[in-house]
Design a protein around this ligand. Structure first.
Ligand SMILES: [Zn+2]
Ligand SMILES: [Zn+2]
Length: 260
């Protein structure tokens, strides 16, 4: 039994068949997921996402995290921040984020992305919860904010890890976990696979980031929590572990970090 440690199960692509997606996950041996909600200017959508989680069928454990994606940093108005702050104090919310820096698209100006990322660090410190970090083409600036997080006693996870061994080493030294998505299964992901071999067992997670980034053999299609097992199997092969060992390691890590 696995946990998908990061997915967007409340998002629009599942509107029509979410119950079926949950059934498929359970049949595939996935017993729960962390539902990550990216809050933007549309607060009503975030509230609806939370009510979807509240109505999940029993037998599938769903915990929550909310944050402002770096793409939406320009929309981090006071009401949006206040809503996330209130949710972060809720016991069903186990983490702050995803938040971070994305210089690939630059949908928001860099200075705003940095300020909003730092705001999430301060919130994580205040509520004593881990931080879920999104980073793309922004390694140096991300590491300097992680350094601030470390000084503030805030840890968390680099989700959808897509950097290299030197970055992983720095992030691990600063108390962060590394979480691998379907990208790990792509043939050209050599530096990510090297980072997975490098990372110590007690700091590794697997996730789907569904609906995005489906692992092989579903690459290019809509992703879903059931598919986390393909990434987990790939990770087990890289680590020369049998699947039962990987399962035990993951179980311990999601419990340690998110309280599953
Ligand atoms: Zn992300
Ligand atoms: Zn995500």
């Amino acid at each position: 039994m696995l946990i998908d440690s990061h997915c967007h199960i409340t998002s629009r692509p599942y509107t029509k068949d979410r119950a079926q997606v949950v059934r498929a996950a359970r049949q595939a041996g996935v017993e729960g997921c962390l539902s990550v909600v990216c809050v933007n200017a549309n607060l009503l959508a975030a509230k609806q996402a939370r009510s979807i989680v509240a109505a999940m069928p029993p037998g599938f454990t769903v915990k929550e995290a909310l944050g402002i994606h770096p793409h939406d940093a320009k929309d981090a108005t006071p009401p949006v921040r206040e809503y996330i702050r209130q949710c972060a104090e809720d016991p069903t919310t186990v983490a702050v984020g995803e938040a971070g820096l994305d210089y690939h698209y630059n949908h928001s100006p860099k200075h705003q992305q940095i300020e909003v990322f730092q705001w999430h660090v301060a919130l994580a410190q205040k509520v004593h919860k881990p931080l879920i970090v999104h980073t793309r083409n922004a390694a140096a600036d991300t590491l300097s904010v992680l350094q601030q997080a470390y000084r503030a006693g805030v840890g968390g996870v680099i989700h959808c890890f897509s950097e290299d061994v030197p970055f992983a080493r720095r992030a691990l030294d600063l108390g962060f976990y590394v979480s691998f998505s379907g990208i790990l299964t792509f043939p050209k992901s050599h530096s990510i696979q090297a980072a997975a071999r490098f990372a110590p067992p007690n700091r590794i997670l697997v996730e789907t980031d569904a609906p995005y980034l489906a692992p092989i053999p579903h690459r290019g299609k809509r992703n879903e929590p059931a598919h986390v097992r393909h990434t987990a199997r790939h990770l087990a092969r890289l680590k020369h572990w049998d699947f039962a060992h990987l399962d035990q390691v993951q179980r311990n890590n999601v419990r340690e970090l998110f309280g599953f």
